[in-house]
Design a protein around this ligand. Structure first.
Ligand SMILES: [Mg+2]
Length: 440
């Protein structure tokens, strides 16, 4: 087996320059600019409850109800095949986003379905963000319909945070015609929970000495990032309230949910910001490669090796609690020339299947070159690495918990050794024994 880290490879600088050309050919549309503007100031926890989380209620559906009076007070679904937004009247029937449109209509046959009007939403969003920026210079846009606002420095000019929040809600209602809910707390995480609890069209202040009283009676689903899968795993053990999470503590939650989610939820349940202090330089890429010798390999065989490399890197990525955004394919040919191709994902990931589909696309694009020049080495590097924790505050870590195949394989390998399990595609490819076989 020929595995090594790319940081030890002498070809780094060359790879970097050729990555750029590869990226041009394979680049996805770049990440859309954050709603609410260019620079994104960073807001950190304060001593007082002066962080606002402002979140429009059922945004697309509210815009539709605003613009068409016939829709007011009625169950409205925006979208067609998939529900993009549902008015509160529709949500009362259990309709959620994203949900299959026909399922939603079975739940509420008299719902009115309207097609999305993205330009109207974008215009409304701009108007709301104008009000945000008029309220405080420190606005951190999260998406088209929500933002954090730091109003800590405004007391003398504009009054208490709760008064500022009341005015903000009134202005969005009067000037843009939309309902918006606001949570106020000492941390972003609590402010976001508070706005969700306040919905629809509400306001909720969490005073610093009342954080645990506020948090502990709430269902675990209220925590940022806890979705159906995590909630189900907790429910199986009788944990439904945030206070119970706090009782289990970090060790107990790690045992149930794994190290990353366990640490995360333990911190959140005590109203602590779970982000670690960065203690120094960490590696910037993970890589693995495999020499193929000089005999010709058929495309299926090459793909199976690719799969094996991605599997191994995915495991290392998750074990290190990290996520990557860029997947780099490295190739060496019969004549010792090399090529690299890279692909940058829209969102950071630690999922094997996501990395694999990017790697496969790169390999497919390089196939004509491989056929022509003969492949002697294949390598994969994961770059643009970040701590999983840093991302999990903005992306629900449900995506991690939901990836049960990755989690299952990681756990089996941890317990029985790395040769214990292999995916069906790798059988008889020299990548380990094949017991038991899990679906690919
Ligand atoms: Mg919203």
């Amino acid at each position: 087996m020929f595995v090594s880290d790319y940081r030890r490879q002498p070809t780094g600088s060359r790879a970097d320059s050729s990555e750029r050309s590869g990226a041009d050919a394979n680049r996805q549309p770049s990440r859309p600019e954050r709603a609410g503007g260019s620079e994104r100031p960073s807001i950190t926890a304060r001593a007082e409850a002066s962080i606002l989380h402002a979140d429009l209620d059922s945004f697309y559906a509210s815009v539709e109800q605003r613009d068409d009076p016939r829709l007011r007070g009625r169950p409205v679904i925006v979208g067609g095949g998939v529900v993009l937004a549902a008015s509160y009247e529709a949500k009362a029937y259990g309709i959620r986003t994203p949900m299959n449109g026909s399922r939603a209509l079975r739940m509420c046959p008299h719902a009115i379905v309207v097609p999305p009007r993205m330009s109207a939403y974008s215009e409304a969003s701009k108007a709301v963000f104008e009000v945000f920026r008029d309220t405080t210079p420190v606005v951190e846009g999260i998406s088209i319909d929500e933002a954090f606002l730091d109003v800590g420095g405004l007391r003398r000019l504009a009054g208490e945070p709760i008064d500022i929040a009341r005015r903000l809600r009134a202005r969005v209602r009067d000037e843009v015609g939309l309902p918006i809910s606001v949570g106020i707390a000492r941390t972003k995480f609590l402010a976001k929970v508070a706005s969700a609890v306040a919905k629809p069209d509400g306001l909720r202040l969490v005073p610093p000495d009342g954080e645990l009283d506020f948090l502990h009676p709430l269902p675990v689903e209220r925590l940022w990032g806890v979705g159906e899968v995590t909630a189900a795993a907790l429910r199986e053990r009788g944990i439904t309230r945030i206070g119970q999470l706090a009782q289990h503590g970090e060790a107990g939650l790690r045992a149930i949910l794994g190290p990353a989610a366990g640490r995360h939820l333990a911190a959140l349940s005590m109203a602590r910001d779970p982000r670690r202090v960065d203690t120094g330089r960490r590696r910037r890429s993970l890589g693995a490669q495999r020499a193929l010798g000089r005999r010709g390999r058929d495309p299926e065989e090459i793909e199976a090796y690719l799969h094996g490399l991605v599997d191994r890197l995915g495991r290392r990525l998750r074990a290190a609690d990290r996520v990557c955004r860029t997947v780099v394919l490295r190739l060496r040919f019969d004549d010792f020339s090399r090529a690299t191709r890279s692909h940058t994902l829209a969102e950071a990931t630690d999922r094997t299947d996501t990395v694999l589909s990017a790697a496969r696309a790169l390999l497919a694009a390089a196939m004509p070159m491989i056929r022509e020049r003969g492949l002697t080495l294949i390598g994969i590097a994961l770059t643009n690495l970040d701590d999983a924790d840093a991302v999990q505050l903005t992306l629900p870590f449900e995506a991690r918990a939901a990836n049960t195949l990755d989690a299952t394989l990681d756990e089996l390998r941890r317990r029985f050794g790395s040769a214990a399990v292999t995916r069906a595609a790798l059988i008889n490819r020299g990548e380990g024994l094949s017991v038991p076989i899990l679906p690919d």
